[in-house]
Design a protein around this ligand. Structure first.
Ligand SMILES: Cc1cc2nc3c(=O)[nH]c(=O)nc-3n(C[C@H](O)[C@H](O)[C@H](O)COP(=O)(O)O)c2cc1C
Length: 374
């Protein structure tokens, strides 16, 4: 790229995201790293270092964080439902802010992607319908390996207000922890996604069946969370064609087009769309008709995600296919990813063996560019 192009690098155009002004468009995707302290699922000093190292992201979206003990689905993931967790997160948001960054918390309830060993009192995980996610796995301790997931219990209709309350309280706690906003996790086969998509939602009451009914619980959650934060500090993540966690939908364009329209009515800041994923995609590459459906229904910010390179992100921002891009694995391996993109510098490669769980290795020891490299 020559100097003139560099001056108008689409990745480095400032952008507004709801209430936030972002200095550029290279955002950090939510990334579970399973390194919170036990017992209690509490963020720790090593987690502070990890996020501080990545504070140059346009926005950091935190790893998925359970809103309640019932919302937990893997060992070592952090929560946002206890005072200790709030205090742990506060150290992280303070460090990110002191380093000039901005950070959202990803609010998470795993639904059926859990295990009796992780649930309070050994209860069965909950879901819209009692359907076992075929082939989906979790890990329940440091040495459990990947284990099968049991058939969940279908939630009763009168339990829905409690689910909404779990998210509302999580949003409240995220505020107390000093975040700049929140992202509601409605992607990748977790609870809200299980309600959205027809493959996992076989309910015959007002929470299942028609598209409107499948949207009902997720929309109640979004409304409750926006009531806490104001809609301009709330985003929603979706994965319309993702197959991870045994997911599929009969008509993702209709489902997610309708969801986007209702989210537009609510006026939230953004939708982050997992367009493509190494974890599995029913579409062949990015599902362009669904991108179109969401973009035409939703006037807020559209964040693209999944297998993006800097080059493709530049091209798609320029072509108005997305406004911002979140990078996942590249941010694991490159704490200073924006600066590397700015300079077209080489990237560190990620080590997938250290993605989930463990110590500093593969977590806070990826090197930043040094001045002499520059
Ligand atoms: C180690 C790891 C952990 C992840 N954890 C989360 C998560 O907590 N929440 C979420 O929505 N997506 C999660 N994802 C998916 C990423 O946010 C992203 O969608 C995916 O990695 C594709 O983007 P990429 O190609 O830039 O890595 C995770 C991915 C990886 C590799």
């Amino acid at each position: 790229m020559n100097d003139r192009d560099k001056q108008d690098d689409p990745l480095f155009r400032p952008a507004r995201l709801g209430a936030l002004e972002l200095p550029h468009r290279v955002l950090m995707a939510p990334l579970t790293r399973a390194r919170a302290s036990q017992p209690g699922d509490v963020p720790n000093d090593m987690n502070v270092t990890y996020y501080r190292q990545r504070a140059s992201a346009g926005l950091i979206i935190s790893e998925a964080t359970q809103v309640s003990p019932q919302g937990k689905g893997y060992a070592f993931t952090p929560g946002i439902h206890s005072d200790e967790q709030i205090a742990g997160w506060r150290k992280i948001t303070d460090a990110v802010h002191a380093a000039g960054g901005r950070m959202h918390l990803q609010l998470w309830h795993v639904g059926r992607i859990s295990h009796t060993a992780l649930q309070p009192d050994g209860a069965l995980p909950v879901a819209p319908s009692a359907i076992q996610p075929e082939g989906a796995k979790t890990f329940i301790s440091a040495d459990s390996g990947m284990v099968d997931i049991p058939t969940p219990r279908a939630l009763e209709a009168d339990e829905m207000p409690d689910i909404v309350e779990q998210f509302r309280q999580g949003a409240e706690n995220a505020k107390a922890a000093g975040f700049d906003g929140v992202e509601i996790h409605a992607a990748n086969g977790y609870l809200l996604d299980q309600f959205l998509r027809s493959g996992s939602n076989h309910r015959t009451d007002e929470f299942g069946g028609s598209v409107d009914n499948r949207l009902r619980l997720p929309l109640k959650v979004v409304e409750a969370v926006a009531g806490v934060w104001g809609e301009d500090r709330v985003g929603v993540r979706v994965s319309p064609t993702g197959s991870f966690n045994a997911m599929h939908d009969g008509d993702p364009q209709a489902t997610f087009g309708a969801f986007a329209a209702r989210l537009d009515d609510l006026g939230i800041a953004y939708i982050e769309v997992v367009e493509d994923s190494f974890q599995g995609n029913h579409a062949d590459g990015r599902p362009e008709p669904i991108v179109d459906a969401i973009r035409s229904a939703f006037r807020g910010t559209y964040i693209g995600n999944g297998n993006y390179t800097a080059g493709e992100a530049r091209a798609r921002i320029d072509a108005d296919r997305c406004d911002l891009v979140t990078f996942g694995r590249p941010f694991i391996a490159n704490p200073d990813l924006p600066e590397r993109f700015r300079r077209n510098a080489p990237l560190n490669e990620w080590d997938s063996a250290t993605f989930y769980g463990g110590d500093e290795h593969g977590y806070i020891d990826y090197p930043a560019l040094t001045e002499d490299v520059a």
